[in-house]
Design a protein around this ligand. Structure first.
Ligand code: SAM
Length: 278
């Protein structure tokens, strides 16, 4: 598999010949996200649910694009800092600007394990990444069970946990409900990493507009997972004793912008940051 293949949009879905594990009865976060990004891999249920979000929060598509851009800047920052191993949890459907593409522009040998709980992500990613097993693994697993990821044979075969690894949880943890122990989930990953490793998190907030946010989140009511928001203090706490790089946890357009920052950056209700284990 070549870099060109990795950067390509996945082929559109053809419901008639999808594997049976692909659930078309309820919206799935990965497919709603793909729809909002302008991709081709979604069903009617996903589009309807995404439109509920967009109607309530007109900058929803911009939030998704800003999130993807943050992921790119964060991965580039880490690759430039010398990191060559990435554990990308909650990967989403592979598309332009995926983790491997960004990292390999700097380190062609960079290794990336992609993890998602949605079988459609595994189906697409495996098809796109076939033949690239020396640099890539695609794992179907749930972040709520850290051991299922940290002890997964494919993850262990690909990544050397004695060397720095960047763990990405980008637009992932707001799909983990309030009654789950998110601090313990993230701590399990932090503890498994060697010094020099890094953690990247972006997470939805209510942007100071709880009613609009609640109306937008209704779009996920019938989805595979619902969206919950957390505040900045909770998001900062997820980094534990890791050292945040400047400017810390901020609204995503404000995180090390590589061009002019959109004037309406305050309407992007996602906070994020990058931190290193020293
Ligand atoms: C909004 S997409 C983000 C995609 C990508 N990280 C990005 O930021 O561009 C969220 C992804 O997290 C996945 N996801 C949600 N809950 C998960 C869980 N408990 N375990 C693993 N993946 C999960 C979804 O299937 C989806 O692909």
């Amino acid at each position: 598999m070549t870099e060109e293949h990795l950067g390509q949009e996945p082929a559109p879905l053809h419901p008639g010949w999808l594997p049976p594990e692909i659930d078309q009865t309820k919206p799935h976060p990965a497919r709603m996200y793909d729809y909002m990004l302008g991709g081709k891999n979604h069903f009617e249920v996903d589009r309807e649910a995404a439109e509920v979000v967009i109607k309530a929060a007109p900058t929803a598509r911009a939030m998704v694009r800003e999130n993807r851009a943050f992921l790119g800047r964060a991965v580039r920052h880490l690759a430039e800092a010398g990191i060559t191993q990435f554990l990308d949890i909650g990967t989403g459907l592979p598309g332009e600007g995926n983790t491997g593409e960004v990292a390999r522009a700097i380190h062609p040998e960079a290794r990336v394990a992609y993890v998602d709980y949605d079988p459609i992500v595994a189906v697409h990613s495996r098809a796109l990444l076939a033949g690239d097993e020396s640099r890539t693994a695609v794992v179907l697993a749930d972040v709520r069970e850290p051991k299922s990821i940290l002890d997964h044979p494919q993850v262990r075969d690909l990544l050397d946990f004695d060397q720095p690894i960047a763990v990405l949880m980008v637009a992932l943890l707001h799909f983990v409900a309030h009654d789950e122990d998110v601090p313990a989930i993230v701590a399990a990953f932090r503890e498994a990493l060697a010094p020099g490793s890094a953690l990247v998190i972006s997470h939805g907030t209510d942007g100071g507009h709880p009613e609009v946010s609640a109306a937008a989140r209704k779009g996920w009511d019938k989805a595979k997972s619902q969206v919950v928001v957390r505040d900045r203090a909770e998001i900062i706490a997820m980094f534990g004793d890791f050292e945040l790089v400047e400017p810390g946890v901020v609204q995503l357009p404000q995180w090390r912008p590589d061009g002019p920052v959109r004037e309406d950056w305050e309407t992007i209700w996602l906070d994020g940051g990058v931190a290193f284990k020293r």
